[in-house]
Design a binder for this molecule. Structure first.
Ligand code: 3PY
Ligand code: MG
Length: 260
C-alpha cells in the first residue's frame, strides 16, 4: 500500500513515473521487471492470455517487491474490477473510456459505497481479513489509482468531460487503438495520430491532469521524446517486445555470417 500511496502522490503532483507492462504469466517475468526499477507495473489482461488466477500471482510478486501493481482490464467490467482489486491491485487502467459515463462506471466499480458500487469481501487486498479496516480507509481516502485509456477518437472529442469525473487520476493513451479508430491502424507516426496525441496532452494539461502514452517498442529515444513533450505517466514497452527486440538485435548484428 505504501508504494501505491507514493504513485498516487506522484500523479497528484504530476511528477514523472515510468512503468511497464506484463503480458507473460510467469512469476519470474514479474520479478525481473519489478527488480529492474520501474515505478509501477501493469498486468495486462486485455491483450494476453493471463487468467484471473495468474493475475493474482503477478500482482503478488510485483507488490512483494514494493512496486505498485496495476491491472489493465479486458474491458470496463465491474466484476473484473472487483476481482483484480480484491486480488490486491493498486489500481486499474481501463481500456476504451470514450465517455463520461464510461469513466463514472470505472470509478464506481473500484470504490465501496457510498462513493461506488463495489461489493465488499475479504481477499488478498484485505490481508485475507485482518487488514480490512486499513484497506477500507485507504480506498475511502481515494487511494486506488484509476487511469482511463484514451484510445479512440471519440474519447479525444469527449476528453474534457471524461477527465472531469471525480476519481479519475489521469489518462493513458493507447496509440494502436487510437490510430485504428482514425482509420490509420498502426501508423503511430502519421501526422493525424501525432496531432491527436498532442491535442490530448494540451487539453489535459489545461485541466491539470497527468497522463502519458504507451511507448510500445523498447526504444529509449521515444521514451525521452514523450518525456520532453511533458507526459508524466509513461509505460516503457512490454515484456514480449523487449524479449523479441533483444533476441533479434544480436542475430541481426551478425547478419548472414552464420550461414556462410
Ligand atoms: C494501444 O496501443 O491501443 C494500447 O492499448 C497500448 O497499451
Ligand atoms: Mg488499446
Amino acid at each position: 500500500m505504501k508504494s501505491a500511496i507514493l504513485l498516487k502522490q506522484h500523479l497528484i503532483a504530476n511528477q514523472l513515473t515510468v512503468g511497464s507492462w506484463i503480458t507473460l504469466a510467469h512469476p519470474a517475468i514479474a520479478e525481473i521487471m519489478a527488480r529492474a526499477g520501474f515505478d509501477w507495473l501493469t498486468v495486462d489482461m486485455e491483450h494476453s492470455v493471463i487468467t484471473i488466477r495468474e493475475a493474482e500471482e503477478l500482482i503478488r510478486v510485483v507488490s512483494l517487491c514494493n512496486v505498485p501493481a496495476l491491472v489493465r482490464l479486458t474491458s470496463n467490467n465491474s466484476d473484473l474490477i472487483k476481482r483484480v482489486m480484491d486480488a490486491g491491485a493498486s489500481g486499474i487502467i481501463v481500456p476504451m473510456v470514450n465517455s463520461r459515463a464510461d469513466a463514472e462506471s470505472a470509478v464506481s466499480s473500484v470504490n465501496y459505497p457510498p462513493l461506488g458500487k463495489r461489493g465488499v469481501g475479504l481477499a488478498r487486498a484485505q490481508g485475507y481479513g485482518p487488514n480490512f479496516g486499513a484497506y477500507r480507509e485507504w480506498l475511502g481516502g481515494g487511494g486506488a489509482v484509476v487511469m482511463v485509456m484514451i484510445e479512440h477518437i471519440d474519447a479525444v472529442r469527449n476528453l474534457r468531460e471524461i477527465l472531469a469525473v471525480p476519481g479519475v487520476d489521469g489518462y493513458f493513451i493507447g496509440p494502436y487503438d487510437l490510430s485504428s479508430s482514425m482509420g490509420l491502424a498502426g501508423q503511430l507516426e502519421h501526422p493525424e495520430v501525432v496531432a491527436a496525441i498532442a491535442e490530448i496532452r494540451s487539453t489535459a494539461k489545461a485541466m491539470g491532469k497527468p497522463g502519458g502514452v504507451h511507448v510500445i517498442e523498447p526504444e529509449p529515444e521515444k521514451l525521452r521524446a514523450f518525456i520532453a513533450q511533458g507526459f508524466t505517466f509513461l509505460a516503457y514497452s512490454l515484456d514480449m517486445r523487449m524479449l523479441d527486440r533483444t533476441a533479434r538485435l544480436g542475430l541481426d548484428s551478425i547478419g548472414k555470417e552464420r550461414n556462410k
